[in-house]
Design a protein around this ligand. Structure first.
Ligand code: PLP
Length: 406
């Protein structure tokens, strides 16, 4: 069982106050805080071991290259991928999905071809597909959730048609906390020759992931939600999809040979890593994933499940609070609105006065907001370092907020 006091001691920012109150950080869905091990690794990389990677023949470049390249193996271990050459290191999910859109989907799709999406997708897994709709007449087909926010995998499978080329789907909703049975979708899609891209931005944070078992074609993660630096991340690409994919960006590091008349490319994954990468960000990501694996991803998930159950019981007691996403087996992510005049932005401002950090807005999920019939929600999203006492602080702050607007 996870020792939450010990974990909290590893995150220096949790000791600070906000507006004279102890910080209660519940905006983890947007970005998580960093353990000292990550902060130290970033500092060490800049103060003792910094140089550009891959092209140097001097000591510092060799150290930086070794540390950077080791992250590929760490990401592969974290995601349950047996072959680390299927991991492309990048700046996060947005870059990963755009790489697939430009490099794999655009050259392969004809007008009338279809991409299947769930209504719960983040804009990072919507807008790149709108580019294909706008530019080459690809059709976007949407699958809705039920009233509780559950996505029936069979509905996705039934929506696969003869022109479906790709299913682009989240493993876990950043707004509702709903988990999606992506394995069932991958199994059915493979049998029909349809590729699946899984947005793992939230899923990889809150549940153990085994991509060899899941069987998706692409799986994108973003480091800053995984307790690592911002602008770090990775995408898993199943080997045979590499063969079908063109480089998305051109530049140094991704080539074999360049002349005035021709260019040839490095083998994957380097072929898809143009330019100087986020060297220190990647090193920090590797340390963050090692930290999660040391704590234990199953233990983190179990702790967050306990927080979810406790938070749900407390929030269910507030009959003026309207929760969006009430599936039993969801992650500890709670979206809500409140009776009365309180706009989510006002709620979040008042909570901040009590030291409670939550997010308010559309959460980059426009189609889901339309589906829910709201323009914005407040979202409290939990992480491994949160406690049931912090749930109580959230509830007290919400009660004050409700009294204020009553
Ligand atoms: N997908 C989901 C489900 C997210 O929650 C986020 C971040 O909020 C993203 C994609 C985009 O991640 P990034 O901005 O780090 O690329």
């Amino acid at each position: 069982m996870l020792d939450v006091d010990k974990i909290r001691a590893d995150f220096p920012i949790l000791k600070r106050e906000v507006n004279g109150k102890p910080l209660v950080y519940l905006d983890n869905g947007a970005s998580a805080q960093k353990p000292q091990a990550v902060i130290d690794a970033v500092t060490r990389a800049y103060s003792e071991e910094y140089a550009n990677v891959h092209r140097g023949l001097h000591t510092l470049s060799n150290i930086a290259t070794e540390k950077f390249e080791a992250v590929r193996g760490t990401v592969a271990r974290f995601l349950g991928v047996s072959d680390e050459s299927q991991i492309v290191l990048n700046s996060g999910t947005t870059e990963g999905i755009n790489m697939v859109a430009y490099g794999w989907a655009m050259p392969r799709m004809e007008p009338g071809d279809e991409i299947l999406l769930s209504v719960m997708e983040h804009h990072a897994n919507i807008v790149p597909w709108h580019f294909l709709r706008e530019r080459q007449g690809v059709k976007l087909t949407w699958v809705d959730t039920d009233a509780a926010g559950w996505l029936d995998p069979q509905k996705v499978i039934d929506a696969i048609g003869p022109r479906t080329k790709l299913i682009a789907i989240t493993q876990l909703s950043n707004v509702l906390g709903t988990k999606v049975d992506v394995k069932a979708i991958c199994d059915a899609a493979r049998a029909r020759g349809v590729a699946v891209l899984v947005d793992g931005s939230q899923g990889a944070v809150h549940m153990p992931v085994d991509l060899d078992e899941m069987g998706c074609d692409f799986y994108a993660i973003t480091g800053h939600k995984l307790y690592g630096p911002s602008a770090s991340g990775a995408i898993f690409v199943r080997g045979e999809r590499f063969e079908e994919m063109r480089p998305f960006m051109g530049g140094g590091d991704m080539i074999r040979d360049v002349s005035k008349d021709a260019v040839s490319y490095a083998d994957p994954p380097m072929k898809f890593e143009a330019g100087t990468p986020g060297i220190v960000q990647a090193i920090g990501l590797g340390v963050a994933l090692d930290y999660m694996m040391e704590v234990g991803v199953a233990d983190i998930a179990a702790h967050e499940d306990r927080l979810r159950d406790y938070a749900r019981a407390r929030l269910d007691g507030l009959n003026w609070l309207h929760q969006q996403g009430t599936v039993a087996d969801k992650a500890a992510i709670f979206s809500f609105t409140m009776d009365g005049a309180a706009h989510p932005h006002d709620i979040s401002t008042i909570l901040d006065k009590k030291g409670v950090a939550v997010r308010a807005g559309h959460h980059c999920a426009g189609p889901l907001m339309d589906h829910l019939g709201v323009s914005a929600t407040c979202r409290a999203s939990f992480a491994m370092y949160n406690t049931t006492a912090e749930v109580d602080t959230l509830v007290e702050a919400l009660e004050l907020c409700h009294e204020f607007f009553a």
